[in-house]
Design a protein around this ligand. Sequence first.
Ligand code: GDP
Length: 453
Amino acid sequence: MANNDTIVALATATGSGAIALIRLSGQQAVTIVNKVFNGKDLSRQPSHTIHFGVIRDGEAVLDEVLVSLFNAPRSYTGEHVVEISTHNSRYIIERIIQLLVKEGARMAQPGEFTLRAFLNGRMDLSQAEAVADLIASNSAASHQMAMQQMRGGFSNVLKRLREQLIHFASLVELELDFSEEDVEFANRGQLKALVLEIERTVRKLIASFEQGNVLKNGVPVVIAGKPNVGKSTLLNTLLNEDRAIVSDIAGTTRDTIEDEISINGVLFRFIDTAGIRDTDDVIEAKGVERTREKMRQARLIIYLADPLQDDAATIGGQIDEIAGLNIPYVVVVNKTDLLDEEHRQALHAIQPLFISAKNNVGVEGLKAELLQKVNLHRLDAEDVLVTNARHVEALQRTGEALLRVLHGIDGAVTSDFLAMDIRQALHHLGEITGSVSTDDLLDNIFSKFCIGK
Ligand code: GDP
């Protein structure tokens, strides 16, 4: 994928907006733009400067533009990078890109700018992946995690692990050099303590994935309850309120995130809301298994009851069903606007939250309860959470190799066997940062990026 071509792509989204950004990277970036740019001679301008001028196709002026120059290696990709800010017209953009291609640039593949940044050592693989996460981030928490990873927080932890392992390996491999003499340089007790420490850190990182994943992709929630208790109404109330807040910000649209809400920066994702009426058969014998299946995907269940349909004892029985799933749940009694005080008292035994979904009463309290139930510890700026399934897999393999090392030490195996497993552990750690990588892996990661990133 990587070569000496100079690549070009639109880096901004198409659609309405005043400005578009066309980006080039490669040896010939400045030369190519210079051929179509009317203004200063760009090849004589210093790096990190901006220049006003026009882009011409022969006699025709295509647009007045600003050109930013970033000379290698002080650029995003580590190569010469030129960014052209144009007016955001599809016509202008297409004409300019065609022109640049005619002058020798090639259309970039998805993620190719970031791939080059990785190949040129501007960032490691986990940082490159964080660029995609950052672009996709849609809550304070997912933003913070992506930012932390992109800025190298995760990479630094891995680097420390790697250094410790290499230190360990060097002690063991020293013995290999003297294997004829059957000496042990490395004190086995100290070795074991070191590996245990590394293994503990790896395990902690693996464990952080649960929270990391939830923060990145949203807490999966199911709203369960009998037909007509108000599930759709509640969902709409939750979504509408959130939408109202977001739509205050000009130009934002929520079309693509219909069934997600953000509470205090934490994303909640409602499972299968399109088919929310399917969950109507909750608790009814024939639907139980299907519903359970759905609920098992949840990290949180809102159990909604209608006090006009069921009395406290019946609702209590249904709650026992839910409790059997071992997933945190919130019991909510809806339609409190139709409830008199006596009726309300009778329901206190099941300790529900009282709401009226239709009138948006008590919904704030429900949100607070949801946050409390998922029990995410507050993120500090330095917290490193693993958010990527690929990284977890590599960490798991690292951990397995480390366990083999530990068993090896306990079983007094020879140092060459220990060294083999240590190298395995190092190999898997290296897969995360990309110090060990294959074309297939890179292809797989970067092809998921958008063009221009
Ligand atoms: P679902 O089948 O559980 O999704 O229930 P719906 O959301 O369709 O609601 C069933 C009926 O209950 C509708 O007529 C709603 O307007 C009504 N409803 C929902 N929430 C409330 C509420 O808080 N108070 C009252 N009085 N009616 C409600």
